[in-house]
Design a protein around this ligand. Structure first.
Ligand code: LLP
Length: 435
């Protein structure tokens, strides 16, 4: 839940910097990011992949959509892993951060022709093709640039992953990829093979996000391998790559656990190895795309309390509403997926009795809830700070300007020093778009 350099003692601190100091220096709300923890998690996933798959380990492609800014792109470059981008915007940040284009993978179910051209011209290593239209578009871009583009096909293996409906991606009735069961995948394979400017490297599947068990990943791998075998039978050639996507879940609440990288990678290595042996296939290079599992636990959001009020509920009990200075503009996940978070009083300790509370934001909307139900100290008052852990993934990256609220900064903390890596938006930024 908390990153490794956070201490939740009397006053919450990160790398020995107290929360109150961070609030004073950088303002609230703010995303506070544990830089060393980010490095450690990225390296852990990379070594889990390498240890499990050995010489068949492909790349870890960090999923930029979880969170990216130029400084984090520089960290990715430094760590030496790859990156998955799914728009021209994310591609621009990755390139600006100096990431080797050959380690960039482009995703997206509706990449524009301009995005495809930019990616091909930049030398992006892999384009993951998502539709029949795109096969021709990528082929044309590659021809125009005088090169052969490496591509994967994004497949939907027909899996009902155990997660929220909006973030499951590999059942049949979904906008992404080519269905294996319906034959769409096969049609795409044949179409790719008609283009000399495309090199089909293998298959990709991403089954969903915030998945906390390994079974769905195992089934997905088996179905992709069955198709690799069919390909070999038909064309007497083996495809060398498999990308199993991201989706590894993390802990948001006390008592929950992150999906263990070593456990998932070892399980997948066993499944892939035995499925390939059964099909008499060479084991392909296996890549993964974790986003949340790398960046999620590395940040917490620091809020200041502005008001509180007590509401007597129908059953006679009392609920305390605690309003903080952010809300659904910096954390859309509770409203979108009924995601649950926790929070602690961050600027002091308190032994006051805990009472039933709801943490809400400052937006003009009843659904602007950060935490629907939590027991918090009854003496929490305006001016206090609350910290919500595990907001690194899909927090700042899905932040909006709803109600013209400027989006919060990201403050990286390392070795007792804090610095802004993505600044707070200002009113000038907001007004800057108006003509
Ligand atoms: N690869 C592909 C092709 C993806 O579509 C995604 C996420 C990932 C990798 C990374 O998944 P992760 O490891 O982060 O779970 N906004 C939602 C999550 C949407 C995920 C979309 N695709 C949320 O806040 O839960």
């Amino acid at each position: 839940m908390w990153s490794s350099n956070v201490s939740t003692g009397a006053e919450l601190s990160i790398s020995a910097i107290p929360a109150s100091q961070l609030a004073q220096d950088f303002g609230t709300p703010a995303f506070i990011m544990d830089e060393a923890d980010f490095y450690a998690r990225a390296c852990t996933w990379s070594s889990a992949l390498n240890n499990a798959f050995g010489s068949n380990a492909g790349n870890v492609y960090y999923a930029a959509k979880a969170f990216i800014c130029v400084e984090v792109a520089r960290w990715i470059k430094d760590i030496g892993i790859g990156i998955d981008v799914c728009t021209g915007g994310e591609l621009a940040v990755a390139l600006k951060g100096g990431i080797d284009p050959s380690k960039i993978e482009l995703h997206g179910n509706n990449k524009s022709v301009a995005e495809i051209n930019k990616a091909v011209a930049s030398g992006v290593g892999t384009i993951v093709i998502d539709s029949l239209f795109e096969i021709d578009r990528v082929a044309e871009a590659a021809t125009k640039n005088g090169l052969v583009q490496k591509v994967l096909l994004r497949l939907t293996p027909g899996i009902e992953a155990h997660t929220h409906e909006s973030i499951a991606t590999a059942h049949e009735d979904v906008k992404f990829g080519f269905s294996i069961a319906s034959g769409a995948a096969w049609k795409a394979i044949e179409q790719v093979r008609t283009h000399a400017s495309l090199e089909l490297r293998g298959f990709h599947a991403h089954i969903g996000s915030q998945i906390l068990e390994t079974e769905s990943f195992e089934i997905s791998a088996q179905r992709l391998i069955a198709l690799l075998a069919k390909y070999r039978d038909e064309f007497s050639a083996e495809l060398p790559e498999l990308d199993l996507g991201g989706g590894y879940g993390i802990a948001y609440l006390p008592g929950e656990n992150n999906l263990d990288p070593e456990l998932v990678m070892n399980t997948l290595a066993e499944v892939v190895t035995s499925a390939c042996a059964n099909q008499k296939l060479a084991v392909p290079r296996v890549s993964i795309e974790p986003g949340r599992a790398i960046v999620g636990p590395t940040m917490f959001t620091l809020y200041e309390v502005g008001t509180t009020k007590d509401v007597v509920l129908e059953n006679g009990s009392t609920r305390r509403y605690i309003s903080v200075d952010g809300g659904m503009s910096d954390n859309l996940r509770p409203a979108l997926y009924e995601a649950q978070y926790t929070a602690v009083l961050a600027n002091r300790s308190s032994s006051a009795k805990k009472i039933s509370s709801r943490v809400v934001g400052k937006h003009c909307e009843t659904g602007d809830i950060v935490i629907r139900e939590i027991d918090l100290q009854s003496d929490i008052a305006p001016g206090d700070l609350l910290a919500t852990p595990a907001t690194g993934a899909y927090g700042r990256s899905m932040a909006t300007n709803y109600n013209h609220v400027p989006r919060p900064p990201v403050i990286a903390v390392k070795d007792g020093k804090a610095r802004v890596i993505l600044r707070r938006e200002t009113e000038a930024d907001l007004l800057g778009l108006d003509i």
